[in-house]
Structure formats: C-alpha cells, structure tokens
Design a protein around this ligand. Structure first.
Ligand SMILES: Cc1cc2nc3c(=O)[nH]c(=O)nc-3n(C[C@H](O)[C@H](O)[C@H](O)COP(=O)(O)OP(=O)(O)OC[C@H]3O[C@@H](n4cnc5c(N)ncnc54)[C@H](O)[C@@H]3O)c2cc1C
Length: 245
C-alpha cells in the first residue's frame, strides 16, 4: 500500500532527466533526507544509484527509481522513517518480497523494505488459534516454523518462497488452496498499523455492540481511533489465523 503524504512530493525531482542530468536542488534535498534518516535510524539507508536501480523494479513490467531505500532494523526505525518522510512530504512505499505483478512496489517514493530484518515470529498462541509475526517474514519460512505445531498459513500463493506476510496482507493474496482456506483477508485476525501522523493502531475484530456505535458506523476504525481516521503508512505486525492442513 502506498501512503501518499499531504504535501506535494519532491520525489520525482530526484530522478535524473532523460539526458542524465539531475538538478542540484534535488541532489541537495535527497542528501538532506538521507542524512536525517542516517542520524535517526539503526537500520540501513540506501540512496546510492545501484540500490535505487535494484529497487526500481519488482515482478511487474514497471520501472521507476525510488527516492531512496530504508531497511529498518526495528519498529522504532519504521516509525522514525514515517515521521521524517511525513515532515519532508515524501511518499512512502512499504515493500515485502517485491513479487507483486502490477507495480505495487515501484514508485517515486521512499521504499521501506521489511523483508530483511523485520521478519520474526513474535508469538505463537495455539490455544487462541493465532500467530503474530513481523510483516517481513517470508510465508514459506513462517510455515516451516509452524510445521512442528501441525498448523500452517492457509493461503498459499505460488510465490510463497518470496512473498511476505505484509505483502500477502497488502495484496489479499490467494493460492491453490484458497478454495479450502479462503483468501488472506479470511486468515487475518488483526494488524498493527502505523499512520502517517504518527499513531499506531491495533486493528482487529470489534464486538457487535461496538459496531453499533455511531463513530464506528461513520467509519472510524477502532478503539484508538476516536477522531478522524488517518492514512495507514505501513503494517508493523500481523496476527494470522493458521489452519490445520
Ligand atoms: C511467480 C509468481 C507467482 C505468483 N503467484 C501468486 C498466487 O498464486 N496468488 C497470488 O495472490 N499472487 C501471486 N503472485 C503475486 C504476488 O507474489 C503475491 O501477491 C504476494 O503475496 C506478494 O507478496 P510480497 O511480499 O512479494 O509483496 P510485495 O510485492 O512486496 O507487496 C505487495 C503489496 O503489499 C504492500 N506491503 C508490503 N509490506 C507492507 C507493510 N509492511 N505494510 C503495508 N503494506 C505493505 C506493498 O506496498 C504492496 O502494495 C505471484 C507472483 C509471482 C511473481
């Protein structure tokens, strides 16, 4: 999902023109953004031409240079990246395995790659029938960790050796067993999502009594969202309902 921030992005100015010329102002801007990200986050900040080229494609036919790439080491890094991007008016583009087929993970934006470091199982709760994971975990890797407990994540996209939890949630992915287990949306119990204005929302099922409340009926998303809903910038954790194969 792409969170487009309110102010007009300077992202496109960072790209070179057809003649290879990059305006000096754009270079200064990118350097300032890179510098601030490097000072604030523990993970990787990549604005070099090779990294931007590598992240300019996914499994689709599209190719667009990103402004730069952040590989967060923690959720705090994600939140800091969102805050900095919002302040600079830069669009954000979360990325998992990059196996999307319609250009979902390419754009003139600051890419956040969750697949390298935010890829852990946080909790397996067999009694509650849920497993909570970081969004960058690969689906095959998740299923290998669940196998000793005799359960698996039901939807099985053919790209499961590349696809991540955040990516399948973002795309509502399916697989050959979806006729049995449903689509990803049928197998997600809750997500934790960071918004562009710095909030962290726990989004999950609501009791029917809560659904009847006017604020909810009018579109507010959950207990922490008592005011106008904001735009989700990234999912930072997913609680999935594994199935018994
Ligand atoms: C060979 C091949 C086979 C495929 N087979 C199938 C199939 O059987 N079924 C199917 O449904 N699809 C299939 N796909 C498409 C694609 O692989 C799936 O949709 C897959 O689930 C995408 O996962 P990903 O981690 O690569 O996501 P990405 O491509 O990285 O991202 C997908 C979307 O999720 C968003 N996103 C990623 N992480 C986050 C996050 N932390 N927070 C918020 N948003 C996030 C991205 O911005 C993007 O919009 C296939 C693709 C290929 C190349």
């Amino acid at each position: 999902m792409t969170a487009t921030l309110s102010r007009q992005s300077s992202a496109t100015t960072v790209r070179s023109h057809g003649n290879g010329h990059v305006p000096n102002g754009a270079l200064d801007f990118a350097a300032a953004l890179q510098d601030e990200l490097q000072r604030r986050i523990a993970g990787e900040v990549r604005f070099d031409p090779v990294s931007r080229m590598l992240y300019s494609t996914d499994a689709s036919n599209y190719q667009i240079d990103p402004v730069g790439v952040v590989i967060p080491a923690s959720r705090d890094d994600v939140l800091a990246t969102i805050e900095i991007a919002a302040r600079h008016g830069i669009p954000l583009l979360p990325r998992g395995g990059g196996s999307s087929l319609s250009g979902q993970t390419v754009g003139a934006a600051l890419v956040i790659d969750f697949s390298k470091a935010l890829s852990k199982v946080l909790e397996i709760d067999l009694e509650g029938g849920v497993v909570t994971v970081e969004p960058g975990i690969n689906i095959d890797a998740l299923n290998r960790q669940l196998k000793p407990d005799g359960v698996m994540f039901g939807p099985d996209p053919a790209s499961a050796n590349r696809a991540t939890a955040g990516g399948v949630v973002g795309n509502n992915s399916t697989g050959s067993h979806s006729i049995l287990y449903g689509m990803t949306g049928d197998n997600v119990r809750a997500v934790t999502a960071a918004t562009v204005d710095g909030a962290v929302l726990d989004l999950g099922p609501l009791a029917s009594s809560a659904l009847a409340r006017p604020a909810i009926a009018a579109g507010a998303m959950g207990p922490r969202s008592r005011t106008a809903p904001s735009t989700v910038a990234a999912v930072t954790a997913c609680t999935l309902s594994p199935v018994m194969p």
